[in-house]
Design a protein around this ligand. Sequence first.
Ligand code: FMN
Length: 196
Amino acid sequence: MDDRILVFYGSYRSDRMGIRLADYIVAGLKARSEDAELIDAKAIGLPMLDRMYKEYTPTSAPQAMEALATKIRAAGAFVFVTGEYNWGMQPGLKNLTDHFLEEWFWRPAAIASYSAGRIAGARSGLLWHGTLAEMGMVVISSTLAVGPIADALTAEGKPLGEAGQLLERSFARFADDLAWWTEAAKMQRARKTPPY
Ligand SMILES: Cc1cc2nc3c(=O)[nH]c(=O)nc-3n(C[C@H](O)[C@H](O)[C@H](O)COP(=O)(O)O)c2cc1C
């Protein structure tokens, strides 16, 4: 279980496109025999932040929050699939992540951005870099940047044309890099108990 990679995606839009990239990443990791799971913020449906998970007394957190906290604590690494709204982060994903803090510590995180245009969500990816570092994750240097997403992936998350081929080439390095850091962090956690 502590090798599991949780792939987070947070658009709540009815016509959302980024699910293509999230599905592609989960399938790509599984094809490498990684244990990967999609965490779809919309499906989990946490409320707008009131209390953080740690602010609830034991056993009193909402069931969905408790279950997600358990998954985050047990995971080995995280991927954040991020789109861009007005040069910013998608609120659904940010709202989900803000519910937790210590649960994220001491694990690597990778960022995969996308958008409808050629900037590929890069501005949002940049914002997530600082946020994930603040939340105690080691943000790896390899990223995916997919845009326009409609040109790169089908509705089923399959690579499409030249843009899809480019994504396939970037994905191998992205996944290798994440696997290296996942193993490194796991070994260090086993060697030395994190200080807090
Ligand atoms: C409210 C809103 C703001 C947007 N702002 C940007 C933007 O700043 N930069 C950009 O490249 N695309 C922008 N777009 C287009 C998105 O990249 C595109 O709609 C993408 O599919 C959004 O992700 P989603 O479909 O997973 O929700 C915006 C879309 C919406 C709905």
